[in-house]
Design a protein around this ligand. Structure first.
Ligand code: SAM
Ligand code: SF4
Length: 336
């Protein structure tokens, strides 16, 4: 292919971009209280990238050195025909890791076909093991279905399964050890994510509900001695992981507030409207949809747009605990 630009993605701070989080829908069958407002406006259908357009973005990114793609949303598994996209991505030369983040509601049926199509890692969100509370936190979620989804994922033999839990003070902070035990029983990993100020929510005060990773680490460490796992610039990305002597499960902490990991950032996101976001905590972005939809547009033009966008990647985010959201975009729009 004739390119008049370098076929690699290096930002102005010399960070090499090798990881793309690709949102395949902003819609979801849940309305988790920290992620969405009760009454959400979703992207009008004509602005949603088609599966073919999503594939073209992935192909161009891999052509520029991206080696890992995580499909996310919204809930990626409610997108129509998602398996057809997964199958194509699973066969994309140069892509080393195809991963997925899901709320688990459809994994009971889809775990085995996703594994067969080439997904090697799944993250499953699970914030409570009590059915009533799970329903309250997700507004619509059925805990039994999600647990069946986790178990189907374990049976399907993914290389890595990780639970993601967002802990809110006074809501589920008494379940931290139960969640760790749930992961240990299945020999899967678990990461605790600090709540981030993405989108305006009325349901609770993000400042009052905040639970720091340091606090959770101390609580878990007092029950299961935690051994730090190496350098966070490895595959763990922004999470810090710990092992436990008597288990294969690892415990991670993703701490955008208390542990700034921006200097290690190797990722960009593409929203389902085709907006390439350079940072979770900043608005810097480039719109790929006009490039994708320009008559006769080629892969080189798409690659050129991606290379130009990476030059906009900011050095870091500045999350604080103010009551006003710093980013008006909700997490389901961002592609978590
Ligand atoms: N629907 C899928 C799921 O829930 O796993 C994938 C998308 S969801 C936006 C990805 C992750 O973002 C989930 O683990 C969720 O807990 C997390 N998340 C959503 N809103 C968040 C917020 N405001 N702060 C921190 N994490 C958030
Ligand atoms: Fe849906 Fe995931 Fe957001 Fe929950 S966290 S509302 S499951 S997109």
């Amino acid at each position: 292919m004739n390119r008049d630009f370098p076929a690699t993605l290096v930002d102005p701070f010399q960070r090499r971009i090798s990881y793309l989080r690709l949102s395949v829908t902003d819609r979801c069958d849940f309305r988790c209280v920290y992620c969405m407002a009760e009454d959400m406006q979703f992207v009008p259908k004509p602005q949603v990238l088609t599966l073919e357009e999503l594939y073209r973005v992935a192909e161009a990114a891999v052509g520029l050195g991206v080696r890992k793609i995580r499909l996310t949303g919204g809930e990626p598994l409610i997108r129509n025909n998602i398996l057809s996209l997964v199958q194509r991505l699973g066969a994309l030369p140069g892509l080393e890791t195809l991963a997925l983040t899901s709320n688990g509601s459809r994994l009971a049926e889809l775990a085995a076909p996703l594994r067969a199509a080439g997904v090697s890692r799944v993250n499953i969100s699970l914030d409570s093991l009590r059915p009533d509370r799970f329903r309250e936190l997700t507004r619509f979620g059925d805990l039994a279905k999600v647990i069946a989804g986790v178990d189907a994922a374990v049976a399907a033999g993914f290389e890595r399964i990780k639970l993601n839990a967002v802990i809110l003070r006074g809501r589920n902070d008494d379940e931290v050890l139960d969640l760790v035990e749930f992961a240990r029983q299945r020999e899967i990993d678990i990461a605790f994510i600090e709540e981030m100020p993405l989108g305006q929510i009325e349901e609770h005060s993000r400042a009052l509900s905040f639970c720091s990773s340091a606090e959770l680490e101390q609580l878990i460490g007092s029950h299961y001695p935690l051994q730090p796992q190496g350098d966070p610039s490895g595959s763990a990305g922004p999470a810090r992981y710990f092992s436990m002597a008597d288990s294969r499960s690892q415990v991670g902490f993703i701490s955008p507030h208390s542990n700034n990991f921006c200097h290690l950032c190797n990722r960009v996101r593409v929203t389902v409207e085709g907006r390439l976001l350079l940072c979770l905590g900043n608005e810097h972005s480039a719109d790929l949809r006009p490039v994708l939809r320009a008559p006769g547009s080629s892969r080189v033009e798409l690659e050129r747009a991606i290379v130009a966008a990476v030059a906009l990647k900011p050095e870091k985010h500045h999350f604080t605990h103010g009551e006003e959201p710093e980013i008006l975009r909700f997490m389901n729009m961002t592609g978590g």
